[in-house]
Write a protein that binds this ligand. Structure first.
Ligand code: SAM
Length: 275
């Protein structure tokens, strides 16, 4: 069953009813759940810890209790089974013939995706961004190449690296970063990887969801094609390579040195085709 992402008032009436009535609460971190229970005056409950590390060991005892009484499963925030323990317990319960039910409630990536304003048809949830450099880059490259948006969970310790990789792969990608949703220091940032990096409060703290708008690489390619066309038009109009670089950089089309290199290459190509 779901619990709030931060703001304790985001608990549903039904979730409170279940917490009050159940015989056992299985919690990812019993201290976090006790805070929620105490905020709503729910006392005298039995809590068992269920984490990735002890899941296999405690599952048989949980299923035994669930066979004869009602057991509520909660994670630290949001809905159990979404990038946190829960899924294996549901599968084990089904396999053991124990009935399972779900209560609808908050999920961090859904809230962030909705806030992004991006087209969400076909949205892909990628879980946590991988920690290792190769896997991280591969996953981000795939997300950038998708036509649909992708949402990821990310740690405050690694978000700057992830943004650097995105900047390298697709500097014009449209991103939305939601930090500390529903909490006192909530931050929402919309923009390119560079915009998001600069706007992030540092040192980076808290819980983060990163949403990448779909078709990022396609747009990057279209941007290049468009820039090439503008460079060609200005060269055709008689501007020098330096003049083209200055003009387009002033218009915000790119870094002056990069536009210069592109204009020089286009001029060479035009010269070759005219010979
Ligand atoms: N089960 C949760 C759900 O339904 O969203 C997610 C659990 S996962 C272990 C925790 C991650 O969710 C965090 O590292 C962060 O990426 C994201 N998250 C959780 N709460 C958040 C919040 N208030 N604001 C932004 N992201 C949040």
């Amino acid at each position: 069953m779901p619990t709030p992402l931060g703001n304790l008032r985001d608990v549903t009436l039904r979730a409170l009813e279940v917490l009050r009535a159940c015989d056992l609460i299985v919690a990812e971190d019993t201290r976090v759940t006790r805070r929620l229970l105490s905020a709503y005056g729910i006392a005298g409950k039995t809590l068992w810890s269920y984490r990735e590390q002890n899941a296999a060991a405690v599952t048989p005892a949980i299923l035994e209790r669930a066979a004869g009484s009602s057991v509520a499963v909660v994670s630290d925030a949001g809905t159990p089974g979404i990038s946190d323990p829960g899924r294996d317990l549901i599968r084990a319960a089904r396999a053991a013939g124990v009935a399972v039910d779900v209560l609808p409630g908050p999920v961090a990536f859904v809230c962030a995706a909705v806030l992004s304003g991006f087209e969400l048809e076909g949205l892909v949830f990628g879980g946590f961004v991988p920690r290792t450099a190769g896997a991280r880059e591969a996953i981000l490259r795939t997300a950038l190449g998708r036509s649909a948006a992708s949402a990821f969970y990310e740690s405050p310790r690694r978000i700057l690296t992830t943004l650097e990789v995105l900047q390298k792969l697709a500097p014009n990608a449209h991103l939305f970063l939601a930090r500390e949703l529903t909490k006192l220091h909530e931050q929402q940032i919309l923009g390119t990887p560079e915009n998001v990096r600069c706007a992030l409060e540092q040192p980076v703290r808290g819980e983060i969801v990163l949403v990448i708008e779909g078709s990022a690489l396609e747009r990057e390619h279209l941007g290049t094609v468009d820039l090439e066309a503008r460079v060609d038009a200005l060269l055709e109009a008689g501007l020098s390579v330096a003049g083209v670089a200055k003009r387009l950089a002033n218009e915000g089309a790119g870094e002056r040195a990069e536009v210069y290199a592109l204009a020089a290459a286009r001029k060479r190509a035009r010269g070759a085709s005219e010979r």
